[in-house]
Design a protein around this ligand. Structure first.
Ligand SMILES: C[S@@+](CC[C@H](N)C(=O)[O-])C[C@H]1O[C@@H](n2cnc3c(N)ncnc32)[C@H](O)[C@@H]1O
Length: 245
């Protein structure tokens, strides 16, 4: 946790390293699992990827997206959001910046963009923690979905993103929700027990599947779809904070 009295440079020093186990996992298992070839037949368009929705919630319906609009997708994974923004903005002078510290994830996203012929994406294989040194400029919209909870200090990540916003900018964040993930936390503990002393990730996954497929239907994880949402999605913009599940 950040002590409120800490100065920015001290916060940066204390938490300025990436968690190697997180990075290694997303290098070995890019997320979400995507086959670039699928770009030939479909596009993934969910609510917060849709420019009309962003315009409504962040810009009060007044954004034209025609004036050098800049988007950062921080922790962009295999590229769902980047592809969708780039596709919607391909006939404008907007720029979409992809940022992720997993090179394997970026390679999949790049292949998807190539198949679609998208040229409006800047590719950055780096950490959110390094944004202050990357000279990326400011952004009118930042998407950071399922990422900040992976940082040693989510507050530092949030501060770095906030400092990267233009004066009119807003962002869309998603972090895991404690109660909705109760079943997931049970499974995490179980996995740590069954994989105690195991050093190979392949072996860990094999053991994990063996356990998962033997769980009764009444297990809290399997009941997850009936529980409260396992994530909190919220938008932040200069004039308001919109909370939704
Ligand atoms: C759960 S995935 C979410 C991917 C994407 N945002 C989505 O919603 O499909 C988390 C992603 O964040 C990336 N990530 C985690 N910590 C990061 C950091 N400090 N800097 C850059 N990327 C990070 C991981 O490599 C991974 O691709």
């Amino acid at each position: 946790m950040i002590d409120k009295k800490m100065k920015d440079k001290d916060i940066g020093k204390k938490f300025a390293k990436d968690l190697k186990q997180v990075q290694d996992q997303y290098i070995d298992y890019p997320y979400p699992l995507r086959n670039p070839e699928d770009e030939k037949t479909r596009i993934i368009l969910v609510g917060n990827f849709y420019l009309g929705e962003i315009n409504h919630w962040v810009f009060g319906g007044k954004e034209s997206f025609q004036d050098n609009f800049r988007i950062l997708v921080a922790g962009a994974g295999t590229g769902d959001a980047v592809i969708c923004y780039a596709e919607q903005l391909k006939n404008t002078n907007a720029e979409i910046v992809y940022l992720d510290f997993s090179k394997a994830s970026m390679a999949i996203a790049q292949e998807r963009a190539k198949i679609r012929g998208l040229k409006n994406i800047k590719w950055v294989n780096d950490s959110i923690l390094n944004i202050p040194n990357l000279k990326l400029g400011t952004f009118d919209y930042i998407n950071c979905i399922g990422v900040l909870h992976h940082l040693e200090s989510p507050e530092l990540g949030l501060k770095i993103l906030k400092d990267s916003l233009s004066t009119k900018g807003g962002m869309d964040l998603m972090v895991y929700a404690h109660y909705g993930r109760t079943g997931v936390y049970h499974i995490q503990k179980l996995m740590q027990m069954v994989n105690n002393g195991v050093t190979s990730r392949t072996e860990e996954v094999k053991n994990g599947w063996a356990v998962m497929t033997s769980l009764p239907a009444t297990n809290w994880y399997n009941l997850g779809s009936n529980s409260p949402s396992d994530h909190i999605l919220f938008g932040v913009c200069p004039s308001k904070c919109v909370n939704s599940l």
